[in-house]
Design a protein around this ligand. Structure first.
Ligand code: WTA
Length: 683
């Protein structure tokens, strides 16, 4: 109980936040890298793929080999058979990791929206493209491919009337309503890169992203609904655009119908859309024209606008959707992520639609109105593929499996997992209780920057081990590197950091407006490789296991948060002199945020002040980044050269102060002693 007490030194439990007490006993989930022996203990078993495709692994291996040995043939054929081109490309791939001048399918011309909608109309006009399940159970909207074209075109024509042109950046701050996908596709139709900002971000975070992209247009809704609660999106946008002079128009879509104040820049889309023509021609885009940017957190500095281009992204997300999930005609594909994150971009919108699938969009939460909601959705819509995050599985696990038997889940064939390492326990629960041992569990490892899955099992093909993301997708050549030397570690049963040896079509091309940062973060750390920032283990059978971030990026409920962002938010408070942020294990969220702060003289630590600091982070970033714990300290443990020793802070937060390791480089050991002593005194 030692560090449950430490929490009392910091943020008292009585302060009224949903803080999880630190316990000295390790929670059942290990977000920290599992040692090899732990992994082997946890996952002694290899599961054969259900309904295995005959010789599936042999075919996969042959295709993977071809994708590396004859990449231009492999990808050239794939691009011609998967996408519709207005003009064929001249070259399949060019450029590389030296300067990050990667380009695919140059000379080719196409339009992403055309590929997601128009190309399907001859065969699928009446097929449902987007199946929307609202926040309230059973409030369903079905949009056929034909209807989707009309809606997207009206939206695109309205945007044109409001001045949007090819190359303009459009920001979206939207709840999970169908219009979010419609607006993204309308942007793609006009060749206006979208920048979707997750609707859980605060007004300040939204403003920073609008300004960084220099967006003149912002889409939002009057309000949103999630889990029975109201999201006041329009009023957050009002605040965000107050000092975002670049914004000319705020396009307000009606979602709940609430009366919201409308200002000079605001446009009521419900008045405009019915006047619009339901056809709008597509802009002709070059393969390498930007399709979108999406801000994500890194280990340093401000969030970066990861930039994806048109052809490579679309091809790769289309192919991974098809192979990871074994898409078949008539499937109802449900990725229950949010369009505000990359998972929503790639596996709600672009990947499923380019395949002509029916994509389910889910507006609610797994817990609303009760913890059977996912299964209710699966039953009512006869979902065939279901894709969620380990954090949701763990939350449902903690409620017990009983409720699941109230629902008929026999339509399910593939169950996907994404966002963080899935602990073997959650994997087995998902497999046994949801999949009834008959579904293929596909643990897909990828990142905002990779555009689509890079390491994954292929449905009905790849054998699985609980907790392993198995093998690389076509065109992906993984390497395990020694983090210190950068040397490639060959053979099996090895550990290191995960990198990729060659570009693939959906690799992000740059950080918007800052190619140097792109180079420094991804391509310069290990010359000749793309560096993921994740640790990994390749086991004796060659299966890959992701062991978590090796940089200062936290993964809280599958949300990526940079410790630097939280630190900057904290030091903006007048009472805070210095802050250091680390993660600590949380049985449901995977990781929670622990902040160590020192105070400016004149301020003393009090429950009220700590409460204010929690609020400070929620206001600057968003409620999803709310710290789980704040610890006041007279100083931060630093090396003699002034570097904060985060390793030590991490250990203390993890309740392992007895395992601090080498502390000989500490400039002032009394600081750590003080922290530990404070804790011990409370025992
Ligand atoms: C983590 C989300 C283990 C990883 C698609 C990565 C995973 C970061 C997995 C990217 C997985 C994602 N197994 N770890 N299956 N999927 N991650 O950009 O640390 O929000 O670097 O993309 O999530 O998060 P991002």
């Amino acid at each position: 109980m030692r560090f449950a007490r430490l929490l009392v030194i910091g943020l008292p439990l009585s302060a009224g936040f949903s803080v999880r007490p630190l316990v000295s006993k390790r929670p059942p989930y290990h977000p920290a890298p599992l040692s090899m022996s732990e992994q082997q203990q946890d996952a002694p078993k290899t599961y054969p793929p259900p309904n295995a495709v005959p010789d599936g692994m042999k075919t996969y291996e042959a295709m993977h080999k071809q994708s590396l040995e004859e990449p231009d043939t492999f990808w050239g054929d794939a691009a011609r058979s998967t996408l519709k081109w207005f003009r064929d490309f001249d070259r399949v791939s060019q450029g590389g990791f030296d300067t990050g001048d990667v380009a695919w399918f140059t000379g080719g011309q196409l339009n992403a929206c055309y590929n997601c909608i128009d190309q399907h109309l001859p065969q699928r006009a009446k097929q449902v493209a987007i199946l929307h399940e609202g926040d309230e159970p059973g409030v369903v909207t079905k949009i056929t491919y034909e209807d989707l074209l009309g809606q997207v075109c009206r939206m695109a024509n309205a945007m044109k009337e409001l001045g949007v042109k090819k190359g303009d950046f459009v920001t979206l701050y939207m709840p999970m309503v169908p219009e979010a996908a419609v607006a993204m596709l309308a942007c793609a139709r006009l060749g206006a890169p979208h920048s979707v900002v997750f609707a859980g971000f605060s007004a300040e975070a939204l403003r920073d992203r609008i300004v960084d992209a220099n967006s003149k247009w912002v889409f939002t809704t009057d309000e949103g609904r999630r889990g029975g609660k109201t999201l006041h999106l329009k009023s957050i946008v009002d605040k965000a655009v107050e000092d975002a002079d670049c914004v000319e128009k705020v396009l307000v879509i009606t979602a709940t119908g609430a009366k919201v104040p409308m200002g000079k820049r605001d446009v009521q889309m419900s008045e405009m859309l019915p006047r619009m023509r339901p056809y709008c021609p597509c802009e002709t885009m070059d393969s390498e024209d930007l399709l979108f940017i999406l801000y994500t957190s890194g280990s340093t500095g401000r969030p970066k606008g990861v930039a994806h281009t048109t052809a490579g992204y679309l091809l790769y997300t289309g192919m991974t959707t098809k192979h990871a999930f074994g898409l078949e005609e008539g499937d109802v594909f449900a990725c229950v992520a949010d369009v505000g994150w990359i998972t929503g971009h790639s596996y709600i919108v672009y990947g499923p639609l380019v395949n002509g699938a029916t994509s389910l969009m889910f507006e609610s939460t797994p817990m609303y109105p009760n913890h059977g909601r996912y299964w209710d959705v699966v039953q009512r819509h006869k979902v065939t593929q279901f894709y969620t995050a380990p954090t949701a599985i763990r939350a449902l696990m903690s409620c017990g499996p009983e409720i699941i038997s109230d629902y008929d889940l026999s339509s399910l064939r593939v169950l996907g997992s994404v966002g963080e390492p899935i602990n073997p326990e959650a994997w087995r629960w998902y497999n046994e209780h949801v999949g009834k041992g008959k579904c293929h569990i596909v643990d897909t490892f990828w990142q905002t920057e990779t555009g689509g899955h890079v390491m994954l099992p292929l449905a009905n093909v790849t054998p699985t081990k609980p907790g392993s993301c198995s093998f690389p997708f076509f065109g992906i050549e993984p390497a395990v590197l020694n983090a210190q030397t950068g040397e490639e570690v060959t053979g099996n049963d090895v550990e290191g950091v995960l990198a990729f040896k060659r570009p693939w079509p959906s690799l992000a091309r740059t950080v918007y407006g800052d190619h140097k940062r792109y180079m420094d973060v991804y391509l310069n750390p290990y010359k000749g490789y793309y560096f993921t920032g994740d640790g990994c283990h390749r086991d004796s059978d060659g299966f890959y296991w992701i062991t978590g971030r090796v940089d200062d990026v936290l993964n809280v409920s599958g949300h990526r948060i940079g410790t630097a962002e939280v630190e900057s938010a904290l030091v903006l408070h007048p009472a805070v002199s210095e802050a250091a942020v680390v993660g600590f294990p949380d049985p449901i969220k995977g990781q929670a945020i622990c902040c160590y702060v020192t105070f400016v003289s004149g301020y003393t630590e009090s429950p009220e002040l700590l409460k204010e600091l929690v609020k400070q982070v929620a206001t600057h970033i968003g409620p999803f980044a709310r710290p789980g714990m704040i610890v006041g300290t007279p100083g931060l443990p630093k090396t003699r050269s002034g570097k904060i020793m985060r390793r030590i802070l991490r250990k203390i937060a993890e309740g392992e102060a007895d395992k601090l390791g080498d502390t000989s480089t500490l400039a002032d050991p009394s600081i750590v002693e003080g922290l530990v002593e404070k804790a011990n005194a409370l025992l």
